[in-house]
Design a protein. Structure first.
Length: 202
């Protein structure tokens, strides 16, 4: 999950859903309870992880929480601020067993910590983002890849579930993609190209 936020509030809910029972909720918020005051916090009832960087300084910040593939505990969540991994100033263990009674809420949670400030571009993903993807979200270039005419170029397409082949349409002239998802070559034409990459398992 990710969002752009701007606030001076000490305790402010960004995203929340689930059931307010041990291990059964998700709350992503700004906090002052433990660790770094004003840092972002990902919590389930009974456990939490808190970042290192205060974000309640009335400036815009891009905040992200990623639940890695294979993780089972809230203290395994990776927190990011402005595209960079923010580490942990505090964590407490609690296995995650999210329930579905409360729908997703933006700017409020079970403790009525209403967000005071501005929230923009809230996103929830059905997979774990990579460090690279989080960094690109922060810069606003998650779908834009840049190269230069006459300069060798390479880019690895990230895919899940082990595809065995890749194809692409509308790549810039001079570039090709192989079955491992590597786009390589030397661009020969200037311009913007909206390429489509397809990953397949045959």
């Amino acid at each position: 999950m990710s969002a752009w936020i701007k606030t001076t509030q000490e305790n402010a809910a960004i995203l929340n859903w689930g059931t307010n029972l041990t291990g059964q909720k998700w709350t992503f918020r700004v906090q002052t309870d433990y660790g770094t005051s004003g840092a972002i916090r990902m919590e389930v009832s009974g456990g939490a992880i808190i970042g290192n960087s205060p974000v309640n300084d009335d400036a815009w910040h891009h905040v992200t929480a990623v639940f890695p593939d294979g993780a089972t505990n809230v203290n395994q969540v990776k927190l990011y601020v402005d595209g960079a991994h923010d580490g942990s100033s505090y964590d407490s263990s609690e296995p995650i067993n999210t329930a579905s009674i409360q729908d997703v809420r933006i700017g409020n949670d079970f403790s009525e910590r209403y967000f005071q400030g501005l929230i923009d571009d809230v996103r929830i993903y059905d997979r774990a983002l990579s460090d690279k993807e989080v960094a690109l979200l922060h810069t606003g270039e998650e779908s834009r890849i840049k190269g230069s005419v006459g300069t060798p170029f390479s880019y690895e397409v990230e895919a899940r579930l082990g595809p065995t082949s890749f194809t692409a349409t509308n790549l810039p002239p001079g570039l090709t993609i192989d079955n491992a998802g590597m786009v390589t070559g030397t661009p020969t034409v200037t311009g913007d190209f909206n390429a489509t990459v397809t990953a397949s398992s045959v």
